[in-house]
Design a protein around this ligand. Structure first.
Ligand code: ADP
Ligand code: MG
Length: 230
């Protein structure tokens, strides 16, 4: 983790967003549960990677995400294609990226399709006065509209870890009211605890957004993460 952070800040003293692979290296060093991501520079690489990952994907499907440096909202820009079920779909999605993004396109990330669950966001933001805050909220594409979030100063206590979940307005979705089975709350709390440790160890971490973390009865899995260093 230290070498990812120092390496980036040496090359970019003004700070900025890590690329997807460095992001994964940093977060995985803290045990955060990220889905498998394979980098593909062209249509052929995307096709080969997808063939391997389809076996891991929900219903045998994969996801393709276009990447270019400095991107912000991928799905709003048409850069996320989910549920690709065969080679023709993967290839045509990659070609569509090439058409749409042209020379900007640096490549694509291929992931297995994750099983559905409750989409949460978990992250770190810096408060100018108090330092790192750990945030938990309802995630996915409705996150900004619903703005259901709670935040606590790092480092999180055991009490913070349990009350953050229950204070969400969406808590019933997680606790399993209304017939659905409860999600794995220990897995959600573990994500928060690991983010807290990361934020505590690295004051250079200006922002981390894990959105969504897909929470299910059998665990929690992050399929989209970005990290900004300063
Ligand atoms: P962005 O947040 O930049 O728009 P995401 O990578 O979060 O892009 O993708 C947008 C949405 O697509 C996610 O909120 C999620 O619903 C879905 N999605 C993305 N990756 C996967 C995946 N590997 N498995 C299942 N669904 C995914
Ligand atoms: Mg996202």
């Amino acid at each position: 983790a230290r070498s990812v952070v120092d390496g980036y800040l040496t090359a970019h003293p003004e700070g900025g967003w890590l690329d997807p692979l460095s992001t994964a290296d940093l977060l995985e060093a803290y045990g955060l549960p990220l889905t498998t991501s394979v980098w593909a520079r062209d249509e052929h690489m995307a096709s080969v990677s997808a063939a391997g990952l389809r076996r891991l994907g929900y219903e045998g499907r994969v996801v393709l995400k276009a990447y270019w440096p400095g991107q912000v909202h991928k799905s709003a820009a048409g850069a996320v294609r989910t549920g690709l079920g065969d080679d023709a779909e993967v290839r045509s999605a990659y070609r569509e990226f090439t058409r749409r993004f042209g020379d900007r396109l640096a490549g694509a990330v291929v992931q297995p399709m994750a099983a559905p669950g409750v989409e949460l966001l978990a992250g770190v933001v810096q408060d100018q006065v108090f330092g790192p805050l750990i945030v938990l909220g309802l995630g996915g594409t409705a996150a900004d509209v619903l703005a259901d979030r709670v935040a606590r100063l790092a480092p999180l206590s055991e009490r913070d870890l349990s009350t953050m979940v229950t204070e969400l307005r969406s808590a019933p979705l997680l606790l399993g009211d209304g017939g659905a089975p409860p999600v794995d709350l220990a897995a959600v709390r573990s994500v928060l605890a690991r983010l807290s440790r990361l934020a505590d160890d690295f004051p250079e971490l200006a922002q981390a957004d894990l959105n969504p973390v897909i929470a299910r009865p059998d665990g929690a899995l992050c399929v989209d993460a970005r990290v900004r260093l300063e």
